[in-house]
Design a protein around this ligand. Structure first.
Ligand SMILES: [Zn+2]
Length: 473
């Protein structure tokens, strides 16, 4: 019988918390600034300079540790991780090693499985190398940007589970407003380690580290490839050697980067230019206030409390603002399904086209609830309601004012509509004939014609009934 194996995966995630300035100097963290314009003697590691710890970075790290249920160490200190790299001008990175800020936490997946978190610590980022055909350039703007390192226990047993962990971690960090986690900007990066062991074995197999994955899909694909590669080798009776491999997205495979023999000895030692820092009880209490109900708990509550489908809730919860907006709107018009539909449909559709997304919309939840109510009461039809929504979202003008100014109230009065209906029927004899022959699409065409004549204000249901009546006469 073929041997069966258990896959063991752990993830190391780096997140850039949204501070305005770097972790040990006042240089801005702005993305995409011209190369080497956000640098100073501190982040460039000039002799004699002294780092000053950014309190905001610590607060956001405390918040993240709390959201991941970590124990927070009251006293923390930084250490130097020594290595040379062209984009690391100090030749060491200030990081945390022996005593991280947060330890022994967990993250719960939607199926209920808890993935352990070994540590959450703070460190500084390196710069960026830009490789040209005949040279390499270095940009130090990112040097000294704060990073949160979040390391999981090897508790995941499939690439799919690793992917779910990443999705949930990203969502939590977005919910607590620590980072946008925008991977394209490098605000979230992930390395993985994976090993296989025979089913039932207690010892872990040989660990392979994976780097260079630029998306969650990349992480999953790399793990799927590596799981298969390792299984095949083990089935052939071969042994694996510990190494770091790079994911080649184009070729869809992992390749050796360095073996264990080449591994660095970083010679960590306490950073002599920084004192140790106390994480006070008041800072923890303050940061706890910024940890809201987390996405998983909120999902369960939305299903129980509002009777929404899992699918709808998944969309609402996928951004904190849409979940918040749903709850705030529902207070004004407690028709939960309708509010949800208008958020998931038109609202998201419109705001997705905004360059700044939802953050700059000018409509209050109360106004939004009123719009949904007007639609459900028949004051506005689908077309005019969307028109009003678009306008209110961009201008912030009250919807009653928009409706009045553009006289958009739905026309359901048959005497008002009769002329338009008669015209449409008279103008399109071919469609009338088609409809009589049983082509139901022809009726939709005639309804559309009336909608056009009334600038979208007619009640399409009434129009449809009127046309049917007229044709059958
Ligand atoms: Zn600086």
């Amino acid at each position: 019988m073929a041997k069966s194996f258990e896959t063991v995966i752990g993830l190391e995630v780096h997140v850039q918390p949204n501070t305005n300035s770097k972790i040990f100097c006042p240089c801005p963290t702005e993305f995409n600034a011209p190369a080497n314009t956000h640098i100073c003697p501190v982040c460039c590691g000039y002799p004699g300079v002294l780092p000053v710890f950014n309190k905001r970075a610590l607060e956001l790290a405390v918040r993240t540790s709390l959201a991941l249920h970590c124990t927070i160490n009251e006293k923390i200190y930084f250490e130097r991780k020594n290595y040379f790299y062209p984009d690391l001008p100090k030749n060491y990175q200030i990081s945390q090693y022996a005593l991280p800020l947060g330890e022994n936490g967990h993250l719960e997946l939607s199926g209920g499985k808890k993935i352990g978190i070994t540590r959450v610590h703070l460190e500084e980022d390196a710069g960026k190398l830009i490789h040209r055909e005949d040279c390499s350039l270095v940009d130090f703007n990112r040097t000294g940007t704060p990073l949160l390192e979040i390391v999981s226990y090897p508790d995941m047993n499939s690439p799919q589970e690793a992917w779910e962990y990443l999705q949930m971690l990203k969502l939590i960090i977005q919910y607590i407003e620590v980072s946008s986690c925008d991977m394209e900007k490098g605000y979230l990066r992930c390395d993985a380690n994976i090993s296989l062991r025979e089913e039932g074995a207690t010892q872990l197999g040989t660990k392979i580290e994976l780097k260079n994955m630029n998306s969650f899909k990349g992480v999953k694909d790399a793990l799927v490839f590596e799981e298969k590669r390792q299984r095949n080798l083990l089935l052939d009776g071969k042994t694996l050697s510990q190494e770091t491999r790079l994911w080649d997205e184009v070729k869809g495979k992992t390749v050796t980067m360095r073996t264990k023999e080449e591994a660095h000895d970083y010679r960590y030692f306490p950073e002599p230019d920084l004192v140790s820092f106390s994480v006070t009880a008041s800072m923890i209490t303050e940061q706890r206030q910024y940890v809201p109900e987390l996405p998983l708990a909120r999902t369960k509550r939305f299903i129980d409390e509002y009777g929404l489908s899992e699918k709808d809730v998944e969309v609402l919860i996928s951004h904190r603002w849409s979940a918040d907006f749903f709850e705030q709107s529902s207070v004004h018009f407690p028709h939960f399904k309708q509010i949800a539909n208008w958020i998931i449909g038109p609202l998201l559709e419109i705001t997705n086209a905004f360059p700044e997304g939802f953050s700059k919309i000018k409509m209050s939840p109360g106004e939004f609830a009123k719009l949904v109510r007007y639609f459900s009461e028949g004051t506005l039809n689908n077309i005019t309601a969307k028109k009003v929504l678009t306008e209110a979202l961009t201008t912030g003008v009250d919807i009653d004012k928009i409706i009045q100014e553009k006289s958009l109230i739905q026309v359901s009065d048959e005497s008002e509509l009769d002329g338009y209906v008669s015209d449409a029927v008279a103008e399109h004899p071919k469609s009338v004939e088609d409809y009589r022959k049983g082509k139901s699409q022809a009726l939709m065409f005639l309804v559309g014609s009336v909608m056009k004549k009334t600038k979208g204000k007619a009640n399409p249901k009434i129009v449809r009934e009127m046309i049917e009546k007229k044709i059958q006469q």
